[in-house]
Design a protein around this ligand. Structure first.
Ligand code: UD1
Length: 334
């Protein structure tokens, strides 16, 4: 019995495949390398000493996907395939709705046809929109999203709830990630954004390495302790382990829709990150204060209690370790 991982060569996907292989699961990866590189597959083999099946397929290609299900004994799917750049999604909404929503539909249809109904879905804390109630709990209203990327995730969540309503034999976990950073301790896999990074950590890491000149801190007049934006950063390996725990929960429950925040419950500011990164890397991270970035909010972090109580999952890597592992990856590979 195998676990099919779509987008398994990507940042969070590759770290999850490592954890799956390490707990002895059989894995099949489907990826079209639209935002990842084939060398990641070798890195996964090197870290784990284990092998897996791989198909270079676009998950929108329903026919090819169906063949993967016919050729293998698949009992669950974890879906990481999808575009994730917020800014790009505002410029290319059709690409985002097609790849993320139509892609998920293609996958769900093939699963349904092959009677595979256990599904773990990568969602995001941005489905909470601009909620001002902090910390975010899973029962907060969702859907007041501010960009097409976030809306694709919200739509897919709603589709999954309807699918379960119509057919109670589905078994679905929706995982709402906070801000994933860090890398596997080996330094062999990590985050590889295309072009100049939009997210804070990959930017900070490149400034420390001397690839980028200086960080722009987007606003220092927010209602936060030091005025800069506060987020709940989570180590990508903790996030990966969250997927294993969610899968185990589904295997125990047999059917339902289960929604969990995956975060640490702690908030760190932009300047906290600069300071901690300088400390662990021994490098300077020059920065200048710039105006606020449109669409940003001052502060959010998770209430991770539900995942702790129901999955027995809790983040174990602290903020310093996250910065250390991000630095290790950049230092080794650039
Ligand atoms: C962003 C996305 C979110 C996505 C998440 C993935 C937006 C509006 N939201 O969240 O949908 O799920 O990434 O990790 O883009 N910052 C700087 N300088 C920089 C970059 C960021 O000061 O060069 C600040 C931001 O203003 C924010 C914090 O750093 O306060 C974190 O930003 P970022 O890493 O982009 O994540 P989010 O905006 O939280």
């Amino acid at each position: 019995m195998s676990i099919l991982v779509t987008g398994g060569a990507g940042y969070i996907g590759s770290h999850t495949v490592v954890e799956l292989l390490q707990v002895g699961r059989d894995v099949i990866i489907v990826d079209n390398f639209s935002n990842s590189k084939p060398k990641v597959l070798d890195a996964i083999r090197q870290i784990t000493g284990k092998n897996f099946k791989f198909y270079e397929i676009d998950y929108l290609d329903t026919e090819k996907l169906d063949k993967v299900f016919k050729e293998n004994d698949i009992d669950a799917v974890i879906n990481f395939a999808g575009f994730k750049a917020v800014g790009e999604s505002t410029k290319k909404p059709l690409d985002y709705y097609t790849n993320n929503v139509a892609g998920a539909l293609s996958l769900l249809n093939v699963m349904n046809k092959n009677n595979v109904k256990t599904f773990v879905f990568s969602s995001t804390a941005t489905v909470y929109g601009n909620s001002t109630e902090i910390p975010y709990t899973e029962d907060l209203k969702t859907g007041d999203t501010t960009n097409p990327y976030a809306t694709t995730k919200y739509f897919i969540e709603e589709i999954l709830k309807d699918v379960y309503k119509a057919d109670n034999s589905w078994n679905i976990a929706i995982l709402r990630y906070f801000n994933p950073i860090g890398a596997h301790e080996s330094g062999l896999i990590g985050e590889e954004p295309q072009g100049i990074p939009n997210n804070l950590m990959p930017y900070v890491a490149r400034v420390a390495k001397g690839i980028l000149k200086e960080l722009s801190v987007f606003g220092n007049d927010y209602n936060t302790p030091d005025g800069t934006g506060v987020r709940d950063y989570i180590h990508v390996v903790d996030l990966a382990i969250g997927h294993i725990k969610a899968l185990e929960k589904l295997e125990k429950e047999k059917h339902g829709v289960f929604i969990y925040n995956l975060g640490t419950g702690k908030g760190y500011s932009v300047l906290d990150m600069v300071k901690t990164f300088e400390e662990v890397s021994g490098k300077k991270v020059p920065y200048k204060i710039e105006p606020r970035r449109p669409g940003d909010i001052d502060m959010f972090y998770s209430d991770p209690t539900k995942a702790k109580e129901e999955l027995g999952w809790e983040a174990t890597h602290d903020f310093k370790q996250m910065c250390k592992d991000s630095w290790n990856y950049i230092d080794k590979n650039y």
